[in-house]
Design a protein around this ligand. Structure first.
Ligand SMILES: NC(=O)c1ccc[n+]([C@@H]2O[C@H](COP(=O)([O-])OP(=O)(O)OC[C@H]3O[C@@H](n4cnc5c(N)ncnc54)[C@H](OP(=O)(O)O)[C@@H]3O)[C@@H](O)[C@H]2O)c1
Length: 234
């Protein structure tokens, strides 16, 4: 079992975490399709991580995501979907949770719903289909100031657990289960650029994007039964 030779879609790939995940997958021998909404940022990513394919797509648009999935699956299998679209909004207390902030967070949730629905058949068809997204530990202890953000992450976690149930329903439990839906949870992410910009900071409790990237590669090192419907604190 390994990610080598697998074709993996990284949705929302142009952030530092996306670059690290793409690079780790390429290093491990996977074929990567990096998806983002901005052609310029994808070009910069492809220069940074040679060997990846890129696709421009507004992942909040279900029609566009379905078309992307149809096109990609027509030319080969898709064994993995790593969903990294995020964003964060806060506000002062419950009354500071604006409609604009909620719209942004709902949009982020919608991208996860769109991608997992569109690529679900391909993940089922793979002999080792894997899907993962990154949630927040705030779901375990919601605050008033982060209510919009945490509500969307909670909805995303619920959606992923439903996807996991779908895999079970469609493939059965072991030994039939081949696909797995996994939630990663972090407090916050940190990368080399953040460390370089603030050398005095220690970033306590933050998860390095390299740790996330290793966890993504590791999704193909364990059987689906051990990964499906799990929430892994990184
Ligand atoms: N950063 C943290 O401290 C932290 C904490 C807890 C959880 N997380 C989660 O970890 C994951 C990765 O975090 P991150 O900070 O690296 O991600 P991010 O920068 O918030 O988002 C990743 C990428 O998603 C792309 N994107 C946004 N809307 C899109 C759309 N409609 N269609 C296509 N692409 C879109 C953006 O690229 P383009 O603009 O180029 O399209 C962006 O670079 C996210 O799910 C985040 O919520 C992060």
């Amino acid at each position: 079992m390994s990610v080598r030779g697998r074709r993996v879609v990284v949705a929302g790939a142009t952030s530092e975490s996306g670059a690290m995940v793409c690079a780790a997958l390429v290093d491990a021998g996977a074929a990567v399709v990096a998806v983002g909404s901005d052609a310029g940022r994808l070009t910069a990513l492809a220069e940074r991580v040679p060997g990846i394919a890129t696709e421009v797509c507004d992942l909040a648009d279900s029609g566009a995501v379905t078309a992307l999935a149809t096109r990609l699956t027509a030319i080969g299998p898709v064994d993995g979907l790593i969903h990294l679209v995020g964003g964060w909004v806060g506000g002062t207390g419950i009354l500071g949770q604006t409609d604009e902030g909620w719209a942004a967070m709902e949009r982020s949730f919608r991208t996860l719903r769109n991608t997992t629905r569109a690529f679900y058949p391909a993940l089922l068809a793979s002999d080792e289909g894997r899907v993962a997204f990154v949630s927040s530990v705030s779901v375990d202890a919601p605050t008033a100031s982060g209510a919009n953000y945490t509500a969307a992450k909670a909805a995303s976690e619920s959606w992923m657990r439903s996807v996991a149930d779908g895999f079970r329903a469609d493939q059965g439990d072991t030994p039939g289960l081949r696909a797995a839906a996994t939630i990663f949870a972090v407090k916050a992410l940190v990368d080399e650029r953040m460390r370089a910009a603030s050398p005095e900071k220690t970033f306590p409790g933050f998860t390095d994007v390299a740790t996330l990237a290793s966890a993504v590669v590791g999704l193909w090192d364990a059987p689906a039964i051990d990964l499906n419907d799990t929430r892994i604190l990184l």
